[in-house]
Design a binder for this molecule. Sequence first.
Ligand code: CA
Length: 315
Amino acid sequence: MRRVIIDTDTAGDDTIALLTAIHHFKVEGVTITGGNVAFDQEVENALYTIQVANPEEKIPVYKGYERPLLATGQEQHRTVEDVHGEDGMGGAHFPKAVQRPEEGHAVDFIIEKVKEYPGEINLLAIAPLTNIAMAIQKDPSIIKDIPHIYIMGGTNNTLGNITPSAEYNFYVDPEAARLVLHSGIPITMVGWDMCIDYSIMDDNDHAEIADLQTAGAQFFIDINRVVMQFNKTVHRLNGTTHPDTLLVAIAADESLMTESHDYYVDIEIKGELTRGYSLVDINNRLKKKPNVRVCEAVDRDRFKKNLFEVLEAIK
Ligand code: CA
C-alpha cells in the first residue's frame, strides 16, 4: 500500500476523508492543523474517527500548529462551528476515543517520516496549510523527497465559501498556501468548485447510504446532520459537501479526475476583499511556469461508488 500522511482540521467531511485514506493507503500518521473548530476538539475528532475505522495497525495522531504563524496581526482565526456543529461532528458528541495523541510535534513527525521513506510519502492536505508550510520551512531538504501533495483548497476562479473570493483552507492561512504552492513539490489541487460540481450528496443519496446499514454509514449520517442544513440555507446547495473526501478519493485513484491541466497558481495574501483568493492563470497571461495540476472535472458516479465502498467496509 502507498504511504501517506494526512494533514487535517478534523471536523465534518475531514472524518470521511480520513476513513477513505485508511481504506486506500498505509496512513503513516495524522497531523492536526488549526482550522474548522477548537483545536483540541479536532484532535479528539481524528482519534474517534480512527477508532471508527478500526485499522489493524495503530495510526498515530500528532498535534501541529493551532493557528497560522506567517501572517502578521492575526491572533486568532475564524472557526466554523456553524458549518459542522459545535463539536465539528454534526452535534453527535461522541465519547472520547481510547487512543491519545502522540507527544511529538506534527511538523517534526512529517520531517522524520519523509526522511525515513524518501520519495515515498505523499501528503494529503485537507486543512489550512500551516503544518506543511512550517515543515518545509524548518527543513527544506524534505522538498525533494516528497513525491506529491494533494491539496483540497482554493477555487478555480470562481465563488469561494468562507468569503465570495476565497475557499476556507487558503483563507485561513494564505501565506502558508503560497509557500507550499511555490515549494517546487508536485501538487494536485482539488478546489471548492469541484466539490460543488461533483461531491454533493442529496437526500436520496443519504437514504441510500442509510440503507447500507453499516457502522460506517451510520457515522456518515451522524456527522453530516448540521452541514446538510447549513448548505441548504447558506450556500443554497441541496445536500452535503465532501471536498476532503473527494481529494483523498482522487489521490487514491487519479482516474476519478477526468479533466485536469497544469497552470500557474498563486494566492492573494493582501487583498482588501480577496485575501486567500487562488489565482489560476488559465490563459497563461502571466507567462509563468505552471506549478499546480488543477482538477477540472470528476467522474461523479465513480466517486459516489468509491464513497459507498468505504462506508460499506466499516461494519
Ligand atoms: Ca478539512
